[in-house]
Design a binder for this molecule. Structure first.
Ligand code: BGC
Length: 758
């Protein structure tokens, strides 16, 4: 396509038209110039291609497709290769159906367990979310199908999602809410980015130039087009100027297209801006159509098997007291729960797939000789049903072990609204309690998209978090239960003991449209670790049927500069009796002072497969960014000089090895000395301390005051004096200083300090 040539021949009306959809899912063709339409569809974990009766809430039917594990389960695999495979399969389904862009991945940060859409999102941790997103994008786009990383930006709740403003400070946005998008854009170039519904610090994401242009394109080099979330456009003309290229779906009567035309015609909007948006859209149209893999076919069953494999690795063994799992075929098992018949395997809303087939755990194990079944509760119910509970209790009494399939019903979590609490249905909690009174060997299998409170956690011996694991989850669960598969999933989010423990609790869901992200960078484990709080299950947690020994950690240097790379190797060994996989997690723990930072942050992970007795070495490369925080004085990443401990662990709360490295930063945060500079700040640094020596006589206590005999003053008075002096601004020499204090000398000191800096 001669894109520039085509644009030069298009009328303003045609150009404006190209910047909004033809209908719910298609772009407009410009037939006279040979521009075809392309189709986009949801995503993210399956293809939701609708023909007629389109909607963005998953209400109406779509074609049959394979429902892969949702984001919560995909991230729990910590397996980049598997997620890339899933992406390839999705890409093939899109090619087979002539869909050019599949809307996802969804990488919003899980700020609160209550967000209705957490099931679709990856993690509370931006590094994990970014890594999984990259793999998803790489896989899909390897099939010449585009992705749409979403929802850009800070869309971490569903309540009032179209109007609310996420009020976030600069450092928090940079450290927590931007990085998953940043890594994905910089490393995988998704074809499109979907802006979110909400506002960010008052400005709609769909017309927020800071994010859509300054950061996304100019800083990160994004090359594709920005599409609005469905109905996210507030002011079409402002949006176009800010960097929003395609509005989806179109507006009735092409209302917004006409606003663009008017704005160009009356000079309010430069035609160049419109041309640029058209060019970006046409480049993707060209990329898809000119490399179209016509005739692509796929095997539904092969994709089902892949979905099962991913589901297997996304299952997290939360608890396994007395090695209650795996169960043996000979044991008498009471299988209980409506989710054993039909699992809850996907969430509600725009990601809802018309699944090709759905496995049931009962179909796999119900036929076994020693298995009995009781319903226990109705899937959509909250209230306990005495009859169903009593039947389940009776069944459990007569078995060796009881396996209860539980979790959250559709009505408890979905796109479009947030949860009001973190509890499971009362009927399920009561069922688990009552069964555990008569049966000491209880295993709970959970189907839920986000953390739940577990009042029964100490009453049961085994807990498997199966998440919303896609249409093949039931087979995967059975394989894990019986030990055909060794569980290897890890939590991409903390399970707090109770909702009130969560750092966003005081501010979530905000007041009207103002949602203040006051916990700042302390999201998830960053908060629980800093507060040394007990949690139900920590970030990164996940047990195995084998054990892993962490043997050595080596760093290739003891001291590094912020220009260097640090090579870290960790040796891990399977010290148990069965084959298994372990995710070695690498955290960086700053020991520096002066800046309030999380205790540790995830900066690497590698999943390794190990036969019993086998050991492997995994390598990580760390560089400046991994040590940095976002400094709001220089508006850049800054790796403070000082000590950092590089930690390797099996979870964020199970750190097995650690070694220190000394960072000597080449960057400087500019300091301006003035009358409010404190004496203490000058004493910290040798150069400024030396200059200060010439003036210390003006202050009540000189630098040598630290050496004053405690005996002459009394220890606490001395401490107080030193503390007061250290916090004393230079201007106060005239109030509290010695007779020799002289204002012109204070100004001279400040001048010398500032000169020295240069
Ligand atoms: C959702 C998007 C989705 C779009 C199209 C919106 O409501 O937020 O994630 O891709 O609808 O269905």
């Amino acid at each position: 396509m001669d894109i520039k040539g085509i644009i030069s021949k298009m009328t303003v009306e045609e150009k404006a038209g190209l910047c909004s959809g033809k209908d719910f899912w298609r772009t407009k063709a410009v037939e006279r110039l040979g521009v075809p339409q392309i189709m986009v569809s949801d995503g993210p974990h399956g293809l939701r291609k609708q023909d007629d009766q389109a909607d963005h809430m998953g209400v109406n039917d779509a074609i049959k497709a394979v429902c892969f594990p949702a984001g919560c389960a995909a991230s729990a695999t910590f397996n980049r290769e598997l997620i890339e495979e899933m992406g390839k399969a999705l890409g093939d389904e899109c090619q087979a159906e002539n869909v050019a862009v599949i809307l996802g991945p969804a990488v919003n940060i899980k700020r609160s367990p209550l967000c209705g859409r957490n099931f679709e999102y990856y993690s509370e941790d931006p590094y994990l979310a970014g890594e999984i997103a990259k793999s998803h994008i790489r896989g899909v786009q390897s099939r010449n199908v585009g992705t749409s990383i979403k929802h850009f930006l800070a869309n971490s709740q569903e309540h009032r999602r179209l109007t609310s403003s996420s009020e976030i400070d600069e450092r928090t946005i940079r450290e927590i809410y931007l990085p998953a998008f940043e890594t994905a854009v910089k490393e995988e170039q998704p074809w499109t980015v979907m802006c979110s519904y909400n506002r960010i610090n008052g400005i709609h994401a769909s017309e927020n130039k800071t994010y859509l242009t300054d950061i996304l394109r100019e800083e990160w080099g994004f090359e594709g087009f920005v599409v609005s979330d469905w109905g996210a456009v507030n002011n079409r003309v402002k949006g176009l100027e800010a960097g929003l290229d395609l509005e989806m779906p179109s507006t009735i009567g092409d209302y917004n297209d006409k606003l663009i035309v008017d704005a160009v015609k009356n000079g309010e909007l430069s035609e160049e801006v419109l041309d640029k948006a058209c060019e970006r859209i046409l480049r993707i149209v060209e990329r898809y159509t000119e490399n179209r893999a016509e005739g692509t076919e796929f095997d539904y069953d092969a994709h089902h098997s892949l979905a099962r494999k991913i589901a297997e690795e996304g299952i997290v063994l939360l608890k396994n007291e007395d090695n209650i799992l795996p169960v043996k075929k000979e044991e008498k098992l009471a299988v209980i729960g409506a989710f054993a018949k039909v699992p809850r395997y996907q969430g509600g809303g725009s990601s809802h797939i018309n699944s090709y087939k759905v496995d049931s755990a009962l179909d796999f194990i119900g036929g076994l000789e020693n298995v009995t079944f009781a319903l226990g509760y109705e899937a959509e119910s909250d209230r306990p049903d005495e009859k169903l509970i009593s039947e389940a209790v009776e069944t459990a009494k007569n078995a060796d072990k009881a396996i209860i399939f539980a979790g959250l019903p559709d009505s408890f979590e979905s796109e479009g609204f947030d949860r009001g609490h973190m509890r499971m249905p009362a009927c399920q909690n009561e069922l688990i309690m009552r069964v555990s009174k008569v049966q000491p060997n209880v295993i709970v299998v959970l189907h839920n998209g986000s953390p739940v409170e577990m009042p029964w956690v100490n009453e049961v011996k085994g807990i498997l978090e199966a998440y919303l694991g896609g249409q093949a989850i039931a087979g995967a669960v059975c394989d894990v239960l019986f030990g055909n598969v060794n569980p290897s999933g890890k939590l991409g989010e903390t399970f707090p003991i109770r909702l009130e423990d969560n750092p966003s609790y005081l501010y979530y869901i905000g007041e009207k449209d103002r949602v203040e992200y006051r916990e700042g960078v302390f999201v998830g484990y960053r908060y629980y670790d800093k507060k040394k709080m007990d949690v139900l299950f920590p970030f990164g947690h996940g047990l195995s049927y084998t054990t892993f020994g962490y043997k050595f950690i080596t760093l290739d240097k003891e001291t590094m500069s912020d220009k260097d790379e640090l090579r870290v190797t960790v040796t891990v060994k399977n010290t148990g009796k069965v084959y298994g996989k372990e995710t070695v997690q690498l955290y960086v723990a700053p020991k520096t002072e002066g800046v309030i930072r999380p205790v540790r942050e995830l900066k690497g992970f590698e999943k390794v497969s190990l036969m019993p007795g086998e050991e492997k070495e995994v390598t990580f490369i760390l560089s400046k960014r991994d040590f940095s925080y976002w400094n709001t004085e220089i508006h850049d990443w800054f790796a403070q000089s000082g000590e950092y401990v590089i930690e390797a662990g099996s979870s964020s709360r199970d750190i097995r090895l650690g070694k220190s490295v000394e960072m000597c930063s080449g960057d400087k945060v500019p300091v301006v000395y003035d009358l409010n500079t404190t004496v203490g700040d000058l004493l910290k640094n040798k150069a400024t301390r030396d200059i200060f020596k010439d003036y210390e006589h003006m202050f009540a206590l000189g630098v040598d005051s630290h050496d004053v005999e405690e005996a002459t003053m009394g220890a606490s008075t001395l401490k107080m004096q030193i503390s007061i002096l250290e916090c004393l601004p230079l201007r106060n020499a005239l109030n509290f200083g010695t007779e020799s204090a002289d204002f012109s000398k204070v100004l001279e000191l400040i001048r010398r300090l500032n000169e020295h800096k240069e």
